[in-house]
Ligand binder design. Structure first.
Ligand code: PEP
Ligand code: MG
Length: 325
């Protein structure tokens, strides 16, 4: 088995008729980058930086951020590394809550909202990202963007810290690609406007499903209602891909959905060319991609988009792709 997997590592994530898919990895800690390379990842599609906060007792300094990002980008040796800015709050609060108990934390002060209101938290991170970018292909991505105002505020702050670095004579790179997560339905609705102000998108299917279906992703009582293959979620994904394609803007999927091989093929059929998955699932997803043609993926997508329930979608994928589900 290990020999077969090692072989797979050096083969491209490509359909049998030659469509190349960028298959990247999601990480939470810098030490994980090495395993991603060993498993043949094309890059880091999602670096969840909030774990820098959740794993240490003290607030990380700018140097802590810088060290972590530099380590990852050096390890990845020229491959793209998408650093997502702090996604703290709600399910990722840790032991140092920045806000009092909220009634609806997933609808509360989390993620980019929290960062924009705590510049002492946000600024050192942005500085560190721009500084580490001199060592490789770093891209910055903002989470939970809901309104265009949030995106503009975040971008403005990025410009301000770049000017500060410049005035202090600290080496940095300012022309890095800037992207946003697509994980709030409002952003999908307004995507034709967002597309003019970002360099790339990445769909967060975990939160997109939660906010579209009004189901708390961490609430066990409604776990059966939390379905990333719900047709409403699939329509939002399809629409996002349409808008991105029409504007030649790259769009990836980095939510859990892309790590299920059958669902990954569905996403490819919908037009996704860039997937990011947990390192442990890289092989499985790559193997699935290499086992189908582009046309098969498109047929699957075409059929799936006609279904009315998540159950029908899942049953069809099971029937059609069997062991890949
Ligand atoms: C998502 O919401 O799909 C996502 C990738 O981000 P997280 O799971 O960290 O919220
Ligand atoms: Mg999310």
């Amino acid at each position: 088995l290990t020999a077969r997997l090692a072989e797979l590592k050096d083969l491209p994530a490509e359909t049998s008729d030659g469509l190349r898919i960028q298959l990247s990895a999601n990480i939470e800690f810098p030490q994980e980058a090495h395993a991603c390379l060993e498993r043949g990842a094309d890059g880091i599609g999602l670096y969840r930086t909030e774990f820098l906060y959740l794993s240490s007792a003290d607030e990380p300094s700018e140097e802590d951020h810088y060290e972590a990002y530099s380590q990852v980008v050096r390890e990845m040796d020229g491959r793209p590394v998408v650093i997502r800015t702090l996604d703290l709050g709600a399910d990722k609060m840790g032991h140092r809550p920045l806000v009092e108990q909220e009634h609806n934390p997933f609808l509360g002060l989390r993620s980019i909202r929290l960062s924009l209101r705590n510049l002492d938290l946000f600024r050192p991170q942005l500085r560190a990202i721009l500084r580490a970018a001199v060592h490789g292909d770093i891209r910055v991505m903002f989470p939970l963007i809901t309104t265009i105002v949030e995106l503009r505020q975040a971008r403005m702050l990025l410009n301000v810290v770049a000017e500060d670095l410049s005035e202090s004579g600290i080496p940095y790179r300012s022309d890095i690609p800037v992207g946003m997560m697509v994980e709030v339905p409002a952003a999908v609705v307004m995507l034709d406007h967002f597309v003019r102000e970002v360099d790339f998108f990445s769909i967060g299917t975990n939160d997109l499903a939660q906010y579209t279906l009004a189901v708390d992703r961490s609430n066990e009582y409604v776990a059966d209602l939390y379905q990333s293959c719900d047709p409403a979620v699939l329509r939002l994904i399809a629409r996002s891909i349409e808008v991105a394609d029409a504007n030649d803007t790259p769009i990836a999927v980095c939510g859990e959905m892309s790590s299920n091989p059958a669902r990954a093929l569905l996403l490819i059929g919908l037009g996704v060319r860039n997937l990011s998955v947990p390192p442990s699932t890289l092989h499985r997803v790559k193997k699935a991609i290499r086992s189908v043609t582009m046309e098969q993926c498109q047929q699957i997508a075409e059929r799936v988009m006609k279904f009315q329930t998540a159950r029908d979608v899942d049953l069809y994928l099971l029937d059609r792709l069997g062991d890949l589900v």
